[in-house]
Design a protein around this ligand. Sequence first.
Ligand code: NCD
Length: 320
Amino acid sequence: MKKELINNHIQLDDSGRLVHLLGLENLPKSHLLDILEKADGLIDANGHLKKSKALDDMSVANLFFEPSTRTRNTFEIAAMRSSANVINVDLANSALKKNEALMDTMQSLKAMQIDMFVIRHKQSGLPHHVAQHLKGVSILNAGDGTNAHPTQALLDMLSIRQHKPNFEALSVAIVGDIIHSRVAHSDIQALKTLGTTDIRLIAPDGLQYGAKNESTIKRFSDIDAGLKDCDVIIVLRLQKERMIEADIPNEQDYFDNYGLTKERLALAKPDAIVMHPGPINRGVEIDSAVADCKQSIILQQVTNGIAIRMAVMQILAQNS
Ligand code: NCD
């Protein structure tokens, strides 16, 4: 589906309440902040996640048509910590393998009284299509093709905010395979909504951001220039599964030119934080020493994923 045809408008009902989470484009700033506030409230003073009864009697189905470790498991933990029943639909052995149309499978799952569907699919716009045609349930986009990954961007914003709360003053560098990255696309949206005016996109030509020029977004092919004095560095994996074979960069060349090393990290501000949505490929986009250094908040992002997904599910449950 073409990007311009993917419309998030149905994620808000006629009263403007969030009823699905499909993407961050067009999501009002107040809704975004509400989700961050709710997530903050779910973390206690010791950094532990609280339990809640908010989804008592509700059922959540995880449908992951692409591999996932962090997103699928944190959605599952988030649903369980909110007291929902959770099923991980075994897609490899489902009726889809007997040529059933996806919407028929979805209708059957809805007939099993599922209230929320968490969907990851390689086709951009698929969660939007389901949300439009399957009434009376909430759809959460857990990553659609190269389009959007809203809960990842929300957990990224929560993680940034825990260290650097003033988004308007931040310089944020996103490094790597931006064109194929739904995380980058949603992060850029979230940062724009929160008022960040210095968003630096660092990538080789073939992997650079495709959208039109904007005054708040600068493109760099030279990583050293792009990292200079920035506050936040978000590193991305080479998403080879989305590349044509001939375009796949040589990993050593890529690391030499774009890998985040200690020397390159030293170009950023001394208190800059390093982020990565995972899965991380050590020695390709990030040096092991950087992934494990004090400035890295990669594992904090994973924990924050639970709080954000609890917050989103609880808000949707309240509005359903
Ligand atoms: C990302 C994804 O699936 O888009 N990972 C994630 O959800 N944590 C990024 C990636 O696959 O590189």
